[in-house]
Every structure is written in structure tokens, then in C-alpha cells.
Unconditional design. Structure first.
Length: 758
């Protein structure tokens, strides 16, 4: 208790010193002309909505955790403050992220990517469900396109999104930071400052100073590896004809020399986000002789097309597509000009060739659309009949037919993959329809079948979706948590570039196609064209503005905030698979239940009806980003302990379980700085000002070691110079525990926030 009392004293003194740092001109290095800029770090799960997002919870410190080989992200918000009218040449300066206990180990700056977030002023909210308060879609400013600072498709550092100028209108800028944790990174803690630099001008336009502020990044690398080969099936559509309208030159009949490269760049970006295109369809023909017999098939062109996509060389790595649709032999679409016997002969030759090449386990084939929507019973009859022909052709076809539908009675023997939309699973949305739900797919899965899910424009809140105009940034991510929980092995999305004639930079809903009820902001596209030099015309052939910023020109796509959330969800899904294989399945399901209960409920708020949304009965999924991040951290820690019990502690070995994080309170030191220097005010230092508990002491031990009597040298430095008491503001103390901890805390604070002027 004596040591805890001393720690409390140290923290009280620290509070007083922080006040002096803020109020004392000599120590704070106040310039001749006072001017301020607000710089905050936000987690990747937060969607910043100007004028609505509560910024009191954030500071200039951010902590992230991840596996080797995993992408982790965070955001940096810049807002000009007092006496600043404009910031010019805004950019990032960064060299490396050192290992905190070994200066020789570092993560190089090449592992980082920086993007400028682009905001849309959305006036028409998505679809229905606006009365569901927590999940509602409202008009307002929303970020989505992520414009890279440097051109990712050109050699060298060709500038694109930065440096940039920030004016009072709009008065904010948001930077997205991606970090790919190297596969050879040493497990443990890394940390350093990322400098955001600019030239500031005052309220009457006079140059004030060049400056850079710091965001302090803390990275924890877990002793776990994100699988390079994907365990999951993904099926995301892409329309090359629409791409052609934006890229490649104004002549619609002449393909530009670099058009194939542009298409490849789009596929590489999807691949980097762990997403496979639905179709990988190479050139292939089946021909028959006069007697109707199948002639020998020339596989040369088909194999040349598919091989680099299987071995990953097409994407520039060694990771191939996990799953792909054949693009042929699609039950319900008919047999074309072939007889049933010819259809079976061709299907047999195709599947046997894939088996011989070792590619068969990656292939599946689509049925003709969604039979419940397209043709009903008649279409179902065709699906069942032609899927039966495939199985008659070869047993190798068993389990390879996907139907985008819930289970349809009578077809179970010929359908291998059921892929319902999340709103067509169980009675959670359509209470009056007898859709298969939790438990109903277990027998199918036990017999070698699969369950996938899809997202569509019918995902009304409180269902999670891919809408731009949701305030909950991680909606696309939580859908992947739910898919794992419901025992799925894949996820489907109908298109990534379904752009309207006006273009996705200016029009975000396809109202003409889907109507006001089902038109959703961002539905059918997750990418934006990085150029508009193609043949961009309306339905009558008239050139129209594309909305692409005039200065933006890259030979590939602009990715989005939503795609980053999908990537993070797919990475989480891989982590869950790893934990399940390690025997943590039941424990993991209990943990995930803190975040996910079901995909959603009917969007009408009515507590008198069993299947309508009722806030007092609980939410289908948690809207607290802190709980989501806490669950993910606990899962990784539990798996790390399970695999390496001699090196790591069990996160469940605690006297008292941690309280559920509260989004209304500032985040703790695991994520954010406890005392944001930008917002601290002078206070009376009393015993009530700082609460030192056993938990606080445990946090202190984690930071400085379990050596209560250790002393920190009095010449400890943070910037290479000795501390001086000649600044005009001073504090003194002994080298006992409180003084040692105080010096350590002050050293941390000086690292946390530096402000340099030139």
C-alpha cells in the first residue's frame, strides 16, 4: 500500500507538471503568433462524421495489435484551430517503427501506406429503417474513397493524394494509415512517432510557420501468423465493360495498350484485400464431330490464363485465388446447343482436367441467378435437373454447385453450397417465411456441403450492410464475424464497380434500377475509378462529367473505407478459424457473443412483436467498437497462450473479469492517451484528482517492469539532452519510486507529443 500511495503521489505531481507544460511559455515554446491545429488519432473502426463524431474520446496516441502478415490500420484527423486559415503541403514524414526493447529491430516505412479520405455530402439516406436510432442512415458528410498519397501503380514516389492543402472550408482532413506487419517481425512491442507536417497561414493569410505534429503509434505484434493462403471462399463481382468506360482512352472500339494492365491492377487491389473475383474464366471451347462425340479439347489457352491466377504470379505474389466460379455449366441456364449427353461429356472433360491439374478444390459453379427471384418453380426445376446431369457426368461435380438461396426442399442432393442473403437466414427478418436458419444447415455441412452468405440491398438496419451512410464504421466487418459464428465458409457480393452513368464520385444510389426503397448508398460498388479518360457517356452516348477529381489520375482503382472493413473482417475470420482449429471453438463462440447475436432483426421498432426490433430486448450486434476490439484482442491472446503456454499468459487468469468497455468513457491506455495534452485544463491537485488502484499498478508494471524499488537514472533523456531546471518553471523531487515513475511518465509524454517549428 505504501508503494501505491507513492504512485498516487507521482501521478498527482505529473498532473501538475502537465498543467505547467500547457501554461508555462518557456516550456511549451509558445511562438510569437499563437496558432493551433488539432491532431487526433482514431481507430480504424471509427467513421468520422464532421459535426457529429464525439472527439473528446481521442488523443494523439493510438495503439494497434496484429498478427505477422496482417494489415492493421488507424486514422489521423487534422483540424485547423485558433488563428489558422490554411495549411499547405500537408504530408507525412516517417522512417521506421523501432522495437521498444531492441533498437536493432524495426519495421521499415515501406510497410506503411497513407491515404487521404474523401468525403461525400449524402442528402438521400439509404432505403428504409430510419427509425432504428442506433443503426439509422442519416444525411450528412461521410468518408469512403481512400486516395493514396503515392501512385501505387507507378515506379518511384509519384505524388497523388499528398501533399495537399487544407482550407477552413471544409476545415478537416482525415488520413487513413495501413500497416502490413512483416512476416519476419519479432513478436512484441514497437513504437514511435509519425510526423504530420505542413506550412500554416494565419486568419488573414500571412505565413506563420512550418510545423509538424506527432501521432504516437504503439504496435503490438502477436506471436501468430496470418495465413497467406486464404481459408475462405470469396465471390465478388467486377464488370470490365464499366471499367472500360473510365479507363483507356476515348475510343470505345479500341482497347488501349495498357488496358489489360489496368484490369490487372483492379484485380490486384481486390486480391490484396483477400477478395477473389467471382469468375476466373479462360478461353475454352468444346467441339463435337458429326456423330455428336466430343473432340479432343485444346486446354492450352485456358491453362495459360488460369495457371498464374492459381499460383499467384498474376497478382505479384505466391498466393492464388482460393475459390473461383467456372463460368460454364451453370444449372438452370440450360445446355445451350448441346444435347444432355454432350453436356455431360463436356462437363466430365472439364472437371477431370481440373482434377488432373490440382485445381478442382478451388472451383465451384453458379446456378442461374437466384431461383426464388428469377423464375421461381420453373427455374428451380431447371437447376435441379441440370445439377443432376453434372453429377451423372462425374462424381467429381458433387458439392460444386452453388445456389444463391436458402435451402430449397428436394434439391439437397445436388446442391453443394447454399448462399442465402443475411436477411434470408432464419426468421429474423421475414418472420412469416419458413427460411432455414441456425441449426438447419448442420446436416448439410456434416455431409461435406457448405454454407456461404451474401450481402444485398435488402439489408435494412438494424442489419449490418455495406452502406456508405452508416455512422458505424465496422458494419462490413461485423458481418464476417456473424458468418463465422453461423458456420459459413465463404461470402459473396454481387459487384464491386456497379457505377451509374453519372459515376460513383457524384451518384451513390441506383434509384433508377432499384427504386427508392432498395437503392442504397454504395450498393454494388466498393471501388472508385482512379481516372476518367475513357469513353464516359450517358445512355444516349453524350459525354458527361465523371466527378473524378481533376488532379486524380492513376491506372487502377481507388479503394474505400468499406473495403478496408471487409478486409479486416476477413482477417478476423481467419483468426477465428485458427482459434477453432486449436480447440478454442466453444470458448470463442462465447467471446463473440459479446459482439454478435444475429445478423439483424426486422427494421420496424415495435416491442409488441417478437420479430421486430426492440431496443429493450437487446441489439442483434454490438455498436461498441471498444467491445469489438477487446474481443479480438482476447481471442488473439488466448490463441497465443494456447499455442505457446510457456511464453504467454492466459488472458482468463484474472482475479476479476474486466468490466465491459463503455464507449461513453475515454478509452484507456490500451488504445488512447489517458490525458490528451490538447484538452487538459488547470485543475486542483487533490487526492480525488487521481485514482490509483491495483489495476493501475498492474498497468504500471506492464510498462516499467515489476521492480518497485528500481530507480531511473537522473540523466534519463528523451531527445538526447539532459533535463534542465533553468526554464523558469521547475519541479523537484527525490530519486525514490514516485520520482522514478514521474520521470518515466514525463519521458513517455515527451515522446507522445512533440511540436517543432522552423
Amino acid at each position: 500500500m505504501r508503494d501505491l500511495f507513492c504512485l498516487k503521489q507521482a501521478l498527482q505531481v505529473l498532473t501538475a507538471v502537465v498543467v505547467m507544460l500547457v501554461t508555462c511559455p518557456a516550456m511549451a515554446e509558445t511562438p510569437g503568433i499563437e496558432a493551433e491545429v488539432l491532431l487526433l488519432a482514431l481507430p480504424s473502426t471509427t467513421k468520422y462524421i464532421p459535426g457529429k463524431t464525439d472527439l473528446d474520446r481521442y488523443s494523439s496516441v493510438i495503439s494497434v495489435e496484429g498478427l505477422r502478415g496482417e494489415w492493421v490500420s488507424f486514422q489521423i484527423l487534422i483540424r485547423p484551430g485558433y488563428n489558422v486559415s490554411r495549411l499547405e503541403d500537408v504530408d507525412v514524414s516517417f522512417t521506421r517503427l523501432p522495437f521498444l526493447t531492441d533498437g536493432r529491430v524495426a519495421i521499415d516505412a515501406s510497410a506503411f501506406r497513407f491515404y487521404r479520405q474523401w468525403f461525400f455530402d449524402i442528402q438521400e439516406n439509404s432505403g428504409a429503417g430510419t427509425d432504428v436510432r442506433k443503426y439509422r442512415r442519416d444525411p450528412g458528410l461521410y468518408p469512403d474513397p481512400l486516395i493514396p498519397f503515392k501512385d501505387p501503380f507507378m515506379p518511384g514516389n509519384v505524388p497523388v493524394g499528398a501533399p495537399f492543402t487544407l482550407e477552413l472550408d471544409p476545415g478537416y482532413a482525415l488520413i487513413w494509415v495501413d500497416l502490413l506487419i512483416p512476416r519476419d517481425a519479432k513478436p512484441g512491442s514497437y513504437g514511435d512517432s509519425i510526423d504530420i507536417k505542413w506550412r500554416a497561414y494565419d486568419s488573414i493569410g500571412n505565413y506563420v510557420y512550418a510545423e509538424h505534429y506527432d501521432v504516437h503509434l504503439s504496435l503490438q505484434v502477436w506471436d501468430l501468423d496470418m495465413p497467406q493462403e486464404r481459408s475462405l471462399g470469396t465471390s465478388f463481382g467486377m464488370n470490365e465493360q464499366i471499367l472500360r468506360r473510365y479507363h483507356g482512352g476515348p475510343d470505345p472500339d479500341a482497347a488501349s495498350e495498357d488496358y489489360d494492365t489496368i484490369i490487372q491492377n483492379y484485380q490486384k487491389v481486390l486480391h490484396e484485400h483477400r477478395i477473389d473475383l467471382t469468375y476466373q474464366k479462360g478461353p475454352l471451347e468444346f467441339e463435337f464431330d458429326d456423330d455428336g462425340e466430343l473432340l479432343p479439347v485444346d486446354w492450352t489457352a485456358y491453362d495459360a490464363y488460369l495457371q498464374p491466377r492459381i499460383d499467384g504470379t498474376y497478382f505479384g505474389d505466391t498466393v492464388g485465388v482460393a475459390r473461383f466460379a467456372s463460368g460454364m455449366f451453370e444449372p438452370g441456364a440450360g445446355t445451350g446447343t448441346m444435347t444432355d449427353e454432350q453436356y455431360k461429356a463436356a462437363a466430365r472433360a472439364y472437371v477431370e482436367h481440373l482434377h488432373e491439374k490440382g485445381w478442382l478444390q478451388r472451383m465451384w459453379t453458379y446456378s442461374a441467378g437466384a431461383p426464388w427471384l428469377d423464375g421461381g418453380e420453373e427455374t428451380w426445376a431447371g437447376v435441379v435437373r441440370e445439377a443432376g446431369l453434372l453429377q451423372q457426368a462425374s462424381e467429381l461435380w458433387k458439392g460444386r454447385v452453388m445456389v444463391e438461396s436458402p435451402i430449397y426442399p428436394g434439391s439437397e442432393d445436388v446442391i453443394g453450397i447454399w448462399c442465402p442473403g443475411t436477411t434470408m437466414y432464419d426468421k429474423w427478418f421475414w418472420a412469416d417465411l419458413d427460411y432455414a436458419g441456425r441449426g438447419d444447415y448442420d446436416e448439410h455441412i456434416a455431409n461435406g456441403g457448405e454454407l456461404w452468405f451474401s450481402s444485398s440491398n435488402a439489408n435494412f438496419p438494424p442489419y449490418a450492410g455495406y452502406d456508405i451512410d452508416t455512422a458505424i464504421g465496422y458494419e462490413p466487418r461485423i458481418m464476417k464475424w456473424g458468418a463465422w459464428y453461423e458456420k459459413a465458409t465463404g461470402f459473396l457480393y454481387w459487384n464491386t464497380n456497379y457505377w451509374t452513368d453519372a459515376g460513383p464520385w457524384v451518384e451513390w444510389q441506383s434509384i433508377d434500377t432499384f427504386g427508392e426503397m432498395f437503392a442504397r448508398n454504395g450498393d454494388g460498388f466498393l471501388l472508385y475509378p482512379g481516372d476518367s479518360n475513357g469513353y464516359h457517356v450517358d445512355k444516349n452516348g453524350n459525354p458527361i462529367p465523371s466527378g473524378v477529381p481533376d488532379w486524380l489520375s492513376i491506372n487502377g482503382p481507388i479503394t474505400s473505407f468499406r473495403m478496408k472493413q471487409i478486409r479486416d473482417g476477413l482477417e478476423d475470420w481467419e483468426l477465428f478459424i485458427m482459434a477453432e482449429k486449436a480447440g478454442l471453438g466453444e470458448w470463442l463462440r462465447t467471446e463473440i457473443e459479446r459482439v454478435y447475436t444475429k445478423f439483424g432483426t426486422f427494421h420496424q421498432v415495435d416491442c409488441s412483436k417478437e420479430y421486430s426490433y426492440c431496443p429493450s430486448k437487446g441489439d442483434p450486434w454490438n455498436v461498441s467498437e471498444r467491445v469489438l476490439l477487446d474481443v479480438r484482442k482476447r481471442v488473439a491472446s488466448k490463441l497465443q497462450f494456447t499455442l505457446h503456454p510457456d511464453k504467454y499468459n492466459d488472458p482468463d487468469d484474472k482475479v476479476q473479469p474486466p468490466e465491459e468497455p463503455d464507449d461513453d468513457e475515454p478509452m484507456d491506455g490500451d488504445y488512447y492517451e489517458p490525458w490528451p495534452l490538447d484538452t487538459i485544463e488547470p485543475v486542483d491537485v487533490t487526492d480525488a484528482a487521481v485514482d490509483v488502484t491495483d489495476a493501475a499498478w498492474e498497468d504500471a508494471k506492464d510498462t516499467w517492469g515489476d521492480t518497485k524499488d528500481a530507480e531511473i537514472p537522473v540523466d534519463a533523456k528523451t531527445d538526447g539532452s539532459k533535463p534542465s531546471g533553468k526554464s523558469g518553471c521547475s519541479a523537484s523531487g527525490s530519486s525514490s519510486l514516485p520520482g522514478a515513475i514521474l520521470l518515466a511518465l514525463l519521458s513517455g509524454l515527451l515522446l507522445i507529443r512533440r511540436r517543432n517549428r522552423a
